[in-house]
Design a protein. Sequence first.
Length: 402
Amino acid sequence: MKESILFRRALLGAACAIALSAQVSERARKVHSDAFVFDGHVHVMNRQLHDGSDIGQRLKGGQVDLPRAKDGGVDAMLFSLYIPEEYYPGRFETKHALRLIDLAQKQIAANSDKIAIALTRGDLDRIHKQGKIAAVLDLEGGFDLDGDLGVLRSLHRLGLRSAQLPAHNWANQFADSCCSAQKHAGGLNEHGRAVVREMNRLGMLINISHAADTTVEQVLETSSAPVVATHHGMRALNDIPRNMPDALMKKLAAKGGVIGFHIGNEFHNRKMFDWRTKNAGKPFWDTSAVKKEEPLTIELVDRRVAPTFPMMGTNAPEDLLFTPEEWIGVIERAITVVGEDHVALGSDFDGGPTPPKGMHDIADLPRLTQAMLNRGWPEARIRKFLGGNLLRVYRQVAAGAK
Ligand SMILES: [Zn+2]
């Protein structure tokens, strides 16, 4: 019985893959492969840490591995190392960050024919010329809840080139998050401003996804370099604290930054967000079930979170999902607010997105290029969205390193 279900699913998967490839024209494939595709948010290493898999192998399930990233035409990615809230009560955030960076360095080295780590301004171009995917290590969640500058510098020495300021959906001691009731810093406190200035000095990308509006505002005032929101949506389309209001998007763009758009319906599609919230009994960013007072060992936390990886979207009814063309309509709405130089892709694959109809994993990214062509986008704008804009900001920020 189980086997026949699996077989039917495999058939369905194969049928979907054929249907999808039929939906991507030769022209779309060419435009996509000629573009520099820079995905601003891809979850990696959490799954690998817990299930021992190798990112260089074509993995069963999930949405990301290097063979599929290659199929999806990816040239660079913010290689997001995620520290879930469960690690914070026991103060394991820095240890977990160190474990993830170590694993990332090991897996990148073991797959050095396919991927290389980007550390300097010119590295993305150099790695691209070698025909490999460039990985910019990005920390999602607190590197240290106290924001110790020595810890930040140590992680930078280990290869970290981008980090979120708040501790994912929790506030830490220096930056408030979008999505927790506790606010400690009034946005960004004086120490938070020191973190921002140190990241500027190191030439690190400052990622304000998951930050509170007050935090975003104050980061933009403090930073000497453009700032990125790697995986986001617009509050004008879905009024949730995790999304950004138009006024802040304009300020982010005025500073030269980019906003990366999350591939998940839950960010942009209100009907699907409501369905998901009703089914889960809570919105997707709600981590209030993680008890602050519960002291656990890191091994127990590992055992608790391991089954949640790779994080996948929901099985929402198909008719609730956006088509890829409707998803591109979201980007068009953003372009009316900030212009085409400030939008980017930040899929969040393996971070729990429910992608547009007919899309399943990172290999399906060419379908977005087809959707952009279907909506009449000029090729120059397609190239900016797929990676040109984020590449510009990466170069600018890295050039500021002192
Ligand atoms: Zn995130």
